[in-house]
Write a new protein. Structure first.
Length: 657
């Protein structure tokens, strides 16, 4: 593939990708300003209020909190942690665009290694297709089809969730993959494993004689599998259910089963219902409750709330109604009460799981339970009272300490109306003064803060926002360039990339100059399509949007209008003076008062800074020379005087330059 073909391929993919639609697959967006702008919670940091904006007219995005920004390519690169080539091929597949072929028929562009996410996803998609086909068509899979029918999972659900089957054979996938994928590729994907005696490979245990549940990420790509062993299996298996091992594609604590299918319903209902099993999730969807998802062998985590709260305002955790289910709910709440979301807890009656309850009572009854699910705080208070009782002073003290400890670990509640309401409710239930419990919460919160100062925190660090999120002369000049790219030649005559102190801004300015040298204006669209660097794309998005917010284009137009009027006034004045001039009148000398434009003033700031830095460097060099040489050279002194004269009396460039 030639460079020209590669560029054309990129632009075809870009033009066929709607950024609002792309982002909506992972973030719940709301239109504002009549659809000229969309907002949502940023997927790149722990966002509590919508700070992520998508601009359809420019097909760009920007988070005003963490300063991430760019186009469709940088969005996929940042969200999925892939290189540009991977993002390009992923978006091309999404847009049903076939990559150009090289001589010999292979896809070109930057070569992708066998361990990249893109190839691993290809392996997973192939495995899903094989197992799904086998379940639907193979005679040997009749017992699997019978099992699913007995569980009341219908054909539509099998299709929607792409369920599959793998027989008791230990090399079925290995044999079918010959000529398509190597055993090493299958091993990297977690599809096969090495034999214990070291004699080659065999299909992974999670597939052997099991119903296969493909696990998808939020974009619908297959990233792992779960397997449920057949009840009549003769194959030795350790567990009824097995989830795939974690990999570069799959992290259990960050994915939810069925989220790709449920996200549209979650976004519209603003509620996500979380259960604990594949079958429970599938049966809920089959009953029309399409906002159900399931955890993948782990408890519901804070990372899960980050995923869900982009689309949902309320999270309902659903647990079986037995003792184990209630215990699981309490364990989950210990870590989740500090999460800033409307968290509810639903425990089903009579020891049922969601699938059993739906089968026995139907959709309306389940929806009623979901709608009336108590807040997590109320659920914890009720369970704590059940544990300790309220008959004695000691029991009420234990309840107060338990709840105060939970409140102390929720820093986002501090000083809020919600905290006051919880404290009032707790004080009322225990028959103690609200101030007493508030003081206890404050005491525990202060103690926790002091302990954190001396504790090494092993949890993931909070996002570090970009340091260049401020606004100065360098940003202002680039904003002018984005607003009026036709002025690049004029700017380049006065300023170079070396005049920028911020390395990223210097690189961005040099990119603009390079595009200008090729004969193109460095507009936002041209710049962001030229670079594959995700950081430069973010700079472009930030500068372009700031330019619009600060009305830079309007300021430049006002300057042009003011200049036109000034020229007209000067011409009129000259004509009037010519009429009034006589032979006895001394020739009038125009007093020219230069009015500097916004662009001139901005460039002058950078030039002045450059001259000051040059002067300081010269002084420093002369100081070093004077220490080693008794008398500084006359030429050096002359140079210093010249630099000082330039700073004090230099006339900056004017409109005639």
């Amino acid at each position: 593939m030639s460079d020209l073909q590669w560029v054309e391929f990129k632009e075809q993919v870009r033009s066929r990708t709607d950024l609002v639609d792309l982002v909506s697959s992972s973030v719940s967006l709301k239109p504002i300003r009549g659809g000229h702008d969309y907002i949502g919670l940023c997927p790149f940091h722990d966002d509590h209020s919508p700070s992520f904006h998508v601009y359809p007219d420019r097909q760009s995005y920007r988070c005003w909190a963490c300063q991430e920004g760019g186009d469709c390519f940088s969005y996929v690169m940042k969200l999925d942690g892939v290189e540009f080539s991977d993002a390009l091929l992923q978006l091309a597949e999404r847009a049903n665009i076939e990559p150009p072929k090289r001589r010999g028929g292979n896809s070109s562009g930057p070569q992708v290694t066998t361990k990249t996410k893109t190839e691993l996803v290809d392996v997973m998609a192939w495995v899903e297709e094989q197992c799904h086909w086998y379940l639907l068509n193979a005679r040997e899979a009749e017992r699997a089809r019978t099992y699913l029918a007995d569980r009341k999972i219908n054909a539509e659900s099998i299709k929607t969730f792409r369920l599959g089957f793998h027989g008791p054979q230990w090399q079925w996938l290995l044999e079918r993959s010959q000529g398509k994928f190597s055993p090493e590729q299958l091993k990297t994907a977690g599809v096969v494993s090495e034999r214990t005696n070291g004699a080659g490979f065999r299909d992974h245990i999670l597939f052997i004689d099991r119903i296969v549940f493909p696990i998808h990420d939020s974009q619908g790509r297959t990233v792992a599998f779960g397997g449920r062993v057949m009840p009549d299996s003769d194959t030795p298996n350790d567990s009824k259910y097995i989830n795939g091992s974690e990999s570069v594609l799959f992290t259990k604590s960050r994915l939810l089963y069925g989220f790709d299918v449920a996200k549209k319903s979650i976004s519209s209902s603003k509620t996500v219902v979380v259960c604990e099993g594949y079958t429970d999730c599938i049966m809920a969807h089959q009953h029309g409750l399409t906002n159900f998802v399931a955890t993948l062998g782990t408890a519901f985590t804070e990372a899960h709330t980050t995923l869900t709260k982009r689309m949902a305002e309320r999270v309902v955790l659903t647990y079986d109604g037995d003792q184990a289910g209630r215990a699981a709910a309490m364990r989950a709440l210990e870590k989740l009460l500090a999460v800033e979301t409307d968290l509810r807890v639903l425990t089903l009656p009579a020891g049922m799981d969601p699938a059993e309850y739906l089968d026995a009572h139907g959709t309306e009854a389940m929806q009623s339970l979901i709608d009336s699910a108590p807040e997590a705080w109320d659920f914890k208070l009720k369970r704590t009272i059940e544990q300790f009782g309220t008959q004695s002073v000691d029991s009420r003290q234990r309840i107060a300490d338990e709840m105060a400890g939970a409140l102390a670990e929720a820093p986002f509640l501090s000083g809020t109306i919600r905290e006051t309401m919880i404290l009032q409710r707790l004080a009322s239930r225990l028959g103690v003064a609200e101030t007493t419990i508030r003081d206890r919460v404050l005491q525990l919160r202060n103690r926790s803060t002091q302990q954190r100062k001396y504790r090494v925190d092993s949890s993931p660090a909070a996002p570090t926002f970009k340091k260049n999120s401020g606004w100065g002369t360098e940003e202002e000049l680039l904003a002018i360039l984005m607003a009026a790219p036709e002025r690049c030649d004029l700017i380049a005559q006065q300023v170079g990339a070396g005049d920028f102190q911020d390395p990223q801004l210097a690189r961005f300015f040099q990119l603009c100059l390079d595009i200008n040298d090729l004969g193109d204006e460095p507009s936002f669209g041209r710049v962001i399509s030229e670079t594959e660097d995700v950081e430069l794309k973010a700079v472009a998005a930030r500068i372009d949007e700031e330019s619009r917010q600060r009305s830079i284009r309007e300021k430049l137009i006002e300057d042009e209008e003011d200049e036109r009027k000034r020229q007209e006034r000067m011409e009129l004045k000259k004509r009037q003076e010519k009429l009034l001039r006589d032979e006895n009148t001394e020739e009038h000398v125009d007093e020219k008062v230069e009015t500097k434009t916004f662009l001139q003033l901005t460039i002058e700031k950078l030039i002045t800074r450059r001259d000051v830095e040059s002067n300081n460097q010269l002084k420093a060099r002369m100081s070093e020379e004077s220490e080693s040489t008794p008398t500084a050279s006359a030429s050096a002194l002359d140079m210093l005087k010249l630099m000082q004269d330039r700073l004090q009396g230099r006339k900056t460039w004017n409109r005639g330059n």
